[in-house]
Design a protein around this ligand. Structure first.
Ligand code: GLA
Length: 696
């Protein structure tokens, strides 16, 4: 049983290795009492947790509440803030009941006077050591209730001696790992851009002296692609308060009588085995439960994307030539990026007019699609449905379909406006437009982009509380569009992109088959981005392309290929400009990749070495009897060779065949993990791939 309840007051959520315990305390508060390694005897927690209080520090503020409402002399970060119709802003709750089955627990907190109830819902994934939490607020009265904050979850961690990791990036510098001590006040990680964006990821990672192999790590990821807020607060009472959910800045939600609001979910866990334990738990839950089912068990195809080859200058004949080259090197999916639709010559025009440009495709898009299919590949297309350019038919016909204020000029980002998805007619248009595009053409893949943040935080002609519902309404309708599309076209694979990696989150994962990790395809930068990214998300969800080397850094094609083979491989080079030997190398490595991609995309991932600390980077993937390791040297140092890479996750008593730089070794798992493999890496930008096979 994953849920154990002791005397109707102690609630234990038990996973394979961990316990998460809550308690109704002597003051009627629902408090968090323990999270860590598994403890089965939950009766041991039946003891008083009363702290001494004085007029400035009442127990409500001191208690590690499981879901603290604003007010009532609480000054810590709270999870819920609401206002009843008479102006009362104080949810005074009692735990009035619970429902439990094998893996699910629901705790009901009800106001002592007003007709309002909060349901805290827990789903336990025993084998994966993950708890999913979300919250539902219900109005069962006859007057409106206005929610001003409604987080998905709150967590209390004993002590304040944690370090907090976040990814404070920008465009082309996604997943830039930052680490700080938790001590002293609050840390807030958030997005107010109407999307996940690049500046932070909707997650918390708190650890105590953890490294890849050991140390305690607490973590939680929010399944949401809109404005989010994560607050980490060192309380003066020696515990750390974490609140995660929809951002309450400019948020409001009117609950009419009989209505309820369901928050996005948080997937949380505890690892006593450092960051590897965290990543592997997260990757497993994503593979098993979050990814869209259709492709969840299948490896992603090797794709070619012509963006970097032709940019906006898309022409049918040129694309056909690229497609022929792509097919000849083993590509399985040919993708035309931006520039294919009516009048799109540059980024100042045409967004919104999603019909193939007759100047570029005089015989329609199907001519190219048929050619691509005749070469044995599938066809894919770039699209950015949430946006419109001023210079477009769509905008000329519907200038009122964008977010705007009446007496202000509309803000532009990349020359474009954001469509007002709170309007039902816009939602219907979007579904209809996408449905038609996919019905008229045999398109098997979409790269769904979003290239600007929302700037006008208002809905034309609406006011006050309802006005502030636009952020979340936008997200719900965005998800509805993608969901409807997927139901109507279940065979279409969809990749999420937002100026690179601006939409990498578990909310998007529910609807998209993969993420575009970053527009930065420089292999060295990419390896750093990929290393941080892999802390949270699996390699399958990390689309990685080989592109032509940028001017500022000439990296060998093999190095670039190996870097991209660490995720779901794509090719973005100008194939028409490559030399024969380069095309041959691409072909050779694509063949290799197809043999190892199940291991890379579905294997357990181990970060073995990091540029920052070791001078080289090495990453291992292990799936059943098969393993693969990639190692990278950015810059050779005199006298440094050979480099020793110790493997992880093997059976100590197993025998392994290791294929490494032309040598075939047979070694025990114990040897490979304790002594390691010696590899020769020379000069600048050298790399190698090692294959491992468990023989017995
Ligand atoms: C964004 C994406 C790129 C590319 C361009 C096209 O920047 O991140 O990958 O698709 O748009 O305009």
């Amino acid at each position: 049983m994953a849920i154990n309840i002791y005397q109707d007051k102690i609630f234990a959520l038990q996973t394979k290795n961990n316990s998460y315990l809550l308690k109704k305390d002597e003051n009627g508060l629902l408090s968090h009492v323990y999270w860590g390694k598994r403890i089965d005897c939950i009766a041991d927690f039946d003891e008083t947790t009363q702290r001494s209080e004085n007029s400035y520090h009442l127990h409500v503020d001191q208690t590690m509440e499981e879901y603290a409402p604003f007010g009532g002399m609480r000054y810590k970060e709270t999870a819920l803030k609401l206002e009843f119709c008479d102006g009362t802003k104080d949810f005074r709750y009692r735990l009035t009941g619970y429902e439990a089955d094998e893996n699910r627990l629901e705790l009901i907190l009800e106001d002592v006077f007003y007709p309002c109830r909060v349901r805290l819902i827990y789903q336990v994934y025993e084998a994966e050591d993950i708890i999913r939490r979300h919250t539902v607020v219900e109005n069962f009265g006859t007057e409106d209730i206005v929610l001003e904050k409604c987080a998905s979850a709150q967590f209390g961690l004993a002590g304040c001696d944690y370090r907090s990791i976040q990814f404070n990036g920008t465009w082309a510098k996604e997943f830039f790992r930052q680490e700080d001590s938790v001590r002293g006040g609050k840390k807030v990680y958030e997005s107010m851009r109407g999307s996940t964006a690049h500046v932070a990821n909707p997650c918390f990672i708190l650890h105590r002296e953890a490294d890849e192999e050991k140390g305690e790590v607490y973590f939680g990821l929010l399944a949401y692609s809109g404005n989010f807020k994560v607050t980490v607060e060192a309380t003066p009472y020696d515990w750390t308060n974490v609140v995660i959910g929809i951002n309450d800045t400019d948020f409001s939600w009117v609950l009419k009588p009989g209505e309820s609001l369901e928050t996005p979910a948080v997937y949380a866990g505890y690892s006593a085995e450092g960051f590897t334990g965290m990543s592997q738990r997260l990757h497993r839950i994503q593979h098993r439960y979050l990814m869209p089912k259709k492709l969840a068990d299948q490896p992603l195809k090797v794709l070619y994307n012509s963006w970097y080859a032709t940019y906006f200058d898309v022409r049918c004949e040129e694309q056909k030539k690229l497609a022929e080259k792509a097919a000849s090197i083993g590509v399985e999916l040919f993708v035309v990026d931006d520039g294919w639709f009516l009048g799109r010559k540059d980024d100042t025009r045409a967004l919104g007019d999603w019909t193939p440009d007759p100047d570029k495709f005089p015989n329609g898009l199907n001519e190219l699609i048929d050619h691509v299919k005749s070469l044995g590949m599938e066809f894919g297309l770039w699209i950015e449905p949430e946006m419109v350019n001023e210079n477009s038919r769509l905008y000329r016909e519907h200038p009122d379909w964008i977010y705007r204020f009446p007496n202000r000029s509309v803000l532009k980002g990349r020359n474009q406006y954001v469509l007002d998805l709170t309007k039902e007619e816009v939602v219907s248009w979007m579904i209809g437009m996408l449905d038609k595009l996919l019905s008229d053409h045999d398109i098997r893949y979409l790269k769904w982009d979003m290239n600007r943040a929302i700037g006008e935080n208002g809905v034309y002609g609406k006011h006050s509380a309802e006005h502030k519902m636009m952020w979340h309404t936008h997200m719900l309708n965005f998800y509805r569009v993608v969901k409807t599309l997927r139901e109507r076209h279940p065979d279409v694979e969809i990749e999420a992109c937002a100026s690179g990696g601006g939409r990498a989150d578990l909310g998007a994962m529910t609807y998209f088959d993969e993420y575009w990790t970053s527009d930065n395809t420089d292999p060295l930068d990419r390896l750093s981005i990929q290393e941080s990214y892999s802390l949270l998300y699996p390699a399958k969800y990390m689309r990685a392309w080989v592109t032509d080397s940028p001017e500022e850094r000439k990296v060998s094609l093999r190095f670039a290929l190996h870097a991209a083979m660490c995720g779901s491989l794509g090719i973005g080079c100008n194939l028409n400009a490559l030399r024969r030997e380069e095309l041959e190398l691409l072909k050779e490595q694509i063949t290799v990749y197809k043999k190892i991609r199940m291991t890379v995309q579905f294997g357990e991932l181990y970060r073995l070495k990091s540029f920052e600390t070791d001078g080289i980077q090495a990453v291992e993937y292990l799936r059943g009897a098969e393993g693969v390791v990639f190692a990278f040297l950015p810059a050779g140092r005199y006298g440094k060779n050979p480099y020793c890479v110790k493997l992880r996750g093997l059976r100590a008593d197993g025998t392994y065949r290791v294929n490494c730089q032309g040598r075939v070794l047979e070694k025990s798992g114990a040897y490979l993990m304790e002594v390691g493999i010696k590899i020769q890496l020379h000069g600048d930008y050298d790399s190698c791939m090692i294959q491992i096979n468990n023989m017995v």
